[in-house]
Design a protein. Structure first.
Length: 346
């Protein structure tokens, strides 16, 4: 007797150049059957072949869904391609998949086992369909990332200029070229900041969210714009814990039994652009906000590591931006003072 199929999922492990795919279905008795797996190029031709292969392998009378991880920017073209053609797409944050894989008996992690885990996760969870983000967030992300690259090039030029000038006999022509490069990069940074300002002002909702975030100590236009751009307005984020993990600011530690092996540290398995944009704002917030200064001082007193304490402040700032966004509120520096004053001593 044939067992009824209740759900089908195409799990996709996305890399820069390739898509590793695992296709399977969930049967009425809740057993999972892996049907097939294959590799495709991560480009338009590969997308077309992936869809054709999937449609041939599945039962088209039963619900099916494409599921993939949010892997930097490499998954975006495929997600747009599938969504534009009316297919159900779900994008899952990487930490969810990595946590799920720990529950499996998989000993070796490969692209195929990752794709299989994504497929099984999709079959066992009721995942929401991905909605393509507003165009304004895509534009903002492109601008903030472009600015980061130009800042990197400018820093390299400044370092070379410094090294050239430090020589016993600096080459005047080299110095002049480095100065021209720096001037050019400065101009481009200014142009991009103008474009970021214009993009923010072009959308009333985005401007309101940016203005609200800028009430937080240390957070300015660029930081607020980067956070909103990298999360697409917190489109995939459901809670603070998920956000912290998405940024790679969650703490991980190696533990066996009752003993801890190794010092706890942040995972860095997340969006590096979020972590980078919070570094300087955290240092500024420590100087300007009494509450965050207190958090920093307590952590330094506890373990003596300033950088570790600064990362904790980065995490606090990111969480505050999220909370203010969700509550549609501005930062109130007296909020925690009020809470403390309402606590009755035992």
């Amino acid at each position: 007797m044939n067992v009824k199929i209740v759900k089908q999922v195409v799990g996709i492990d996305v890399a820069q150049d390739e898509l590793v795919v695992s296709l399977g279905h969930l049967q009425q008795d809740l057993s999972i059957r892996i049907l097939s797996r294959k590799e495709f190029a991560n480009n338009a031709v590969g997308f077309s072949k992936l869809v054709a292969w999937s449609l041939k392998a599945i039962d088209q009378s039963v619900l099916f869904q494409f599921v993939m991880e949010a892997t930097g920017v490499y998954h975006e073209a495929l997600a747009y391609y599938l969504a534009d053609r009316g297919y159900s797409v779900s994008i899952v944050l990487p930490n969810k998949i990595s946590n799920y894989m720990r529950t499996l008996e998989t000993k070796t992690i490969t692209d195929y086992t990752s794709a299989e885990a994504i497929m099984m996760f999709g079959l066992q969870r009721n995942l929401e369909s991905w909605q393509r983000p507003a165009e304004v967030y895509r534009k903002l992300q492109q601008l903030t990332r472009e600015r980061d690259q130009i800042i990197l090039f400018r820093t390299m030029a400044k370092n070379r200029l410094h090294a050239e000038r430090a020589q016993a006999m600096p080459d005047k022509e080299s110095v002049a070229r480095y100065n021209k490069q720096i001037t050019f990069f400065n101009k481009q940074v200014a142009e991009i900041m103008t474009a970021i300002n214009a993009t923010v002002k072009s959308n009333a909702e985005l401007k309101s969210n940016v203005d609200r975030s800028c009430t937080i100590p240390g957070v300015g236009l660029l930081t607020a714009a980067t956070i909103l751009a990298e999360t697409h307005g917190f489109n995939l984020i459901k809670n603070k814990k998920q956000l912290v993990s998405y940024a790679g600011l969650d703490v991980k530690e190696k533990q066996s039994g009752t003993s801890v092996k190794g010092k706890p540290k942040i995972s860095k398995r997340g969006n590096r652009h979020l972590r980078k944009c919070l570094h300087m704002p955290a240092l500024a917030a420590i100087k300007s906000d009494e509450r965050l200064k207190g958090v920093f001082a307590r952590l330094v007193a506890k373990h003596g590591i300033k950088m570790k304490a600064a990362v904790a402040v980065q995490r606090k700032l990111l969480e505050m931006v999220y909370v203010l966004h969700k509550k549609n509120e501005t930062y109130n520096p007296n909020y925690y003072k009020k809470l403390e004053s309402n606590i009755v001593a035992p």
